[in-house]
Write a protein that binds this ligand. Structure first.
Ligand SMILES: [Zn+2]
Length: 295
């Protein structure tokens, strides 16, 4: 690499590359916070206005996983998906529903009103910056009611963007056999711990996973379909559900790949979706004068 001709080529390449846009060079980061203002504009164009909001949480994850486990895992999956199908990825976001873990150290539980207001202002700000298709990628089970509700409430008043919610992917065909009971493998158990072994193996303390019980204590007995907020604490007071100790990299690789895949498919589907915004606009318009809606 010391020959003059190679150096000349390198200099020529560098000067040509300098004249090109980052997108043309294919080196545009997917991380919102890593882009310059000018590159951001290009990133939005390249993403066709599609942005991801990976949604984590700060809560106990059994005796063996980090507080930010969901945030770390969801960002790992979302950023890898954006490598395959470009989208702009919003910075760390963990302001979700986690009241049921307020009795455990390290939990950050924002109030109900603030959760909704902050999420609304975040998506509004994303849209003001060109993210007209926002995919909230959920990484936290406790957001399972919040996020569809948030998406539903986008119909309350007109928005010039669409909110989509990508949930945790269901297990797919070919999944390695689980060693624990899938019915209670819900929080810091075999599946989640396996996924963490791929995203951040250095933060998984597998040897501590049996220090507490993740068994279902089933302390409240109610018929199916009858809901009460204390249900989770009634079943899993250690904020641990399942058996993290039997986690494996093999299962983690499978589940992480399936998750990344699901997000890639979501990005592609959202980019192709021209109907949602059109129908939203039609709906908002008709909502202003419902008596004129054809019957
Ligand atoms: Zn979790």
């Amino acid at each position: 690499m010391r020959t003059p001709s190679l150096l000349a080529i390198a200099v020529l390449f560098a000067s040509t590359a300098g004249a090109q846009s980052p997108a043309a060079r294919g080196r545009l980061s997917a991380h919102w916070e890593e882009l310059t203002a000018a590159d951001f504009r290009e990133a939005i164009t390249r993403a066709q206005g599609t942005c991801l909001l990976p949604f984590g949480i700060m809560e106990k994850h059994g005796p063996h996983l980090p507080l930010g486990n969901d945030l770390l895992n969801v960002r790992y999956a979302a950023l890898h998906a954006a490598e395959q199908e470009y989208a702009v990825v919003f910075p760390e976001y963990y302001f979700g529903q986690i009241f049921e873990a307020k009795h455990e150290p390290g939990t950050v539980a924002y109030s109900r009103g603030l959760q909704l207001q902050l999420l609304q202002e975040t998506t509004d700000e994303m849209a003001r910056n060109g993210c007209k298709k926002i995919v909230i990628v959920n990484g936290h089970g406790g957001n399972g009611s919040l996020l569809p509700y948030f998406a539903q409430t986008q119909l309350e008043a007109p928005h010039d963007y669409v909110v989509y919610v990508q949930g945790l992917p269901p297990s797919g065909p070919g999944e390695p056999k689980h060693r624990s009971n899938p019915a209670t493998d819900m929080h810091a158990g075999e599946s989640e711990t396996s996924t963490s072994m791929i995203a951040r193996a250095d933060l998984v303390h597998l040897e501590r996973a049996s220090q507490e019980s993740g068994a279902d204590q089933a302390r409240v007995k109610l018929p199916d379909g009858l809901y009460t907020g204390i249900w989770w604490y009634a079943r899993f007071p250690n904020h641990y559900a399942g058996e993290g100790a039997v986690a494996s990299r093999e299962l983690g690789e499978f589940e992480t790949k399936a998750w990344i895949n699901a997000i890639v498919q979501a990005i592609r589907a959202v980019k192709a979706d021209q109907e949602s915004l059109r129908l939203q606009n039609e709906f908002y318009e008709r909502s202003k004068h419902p008596l004129d809606t054809p019957q």
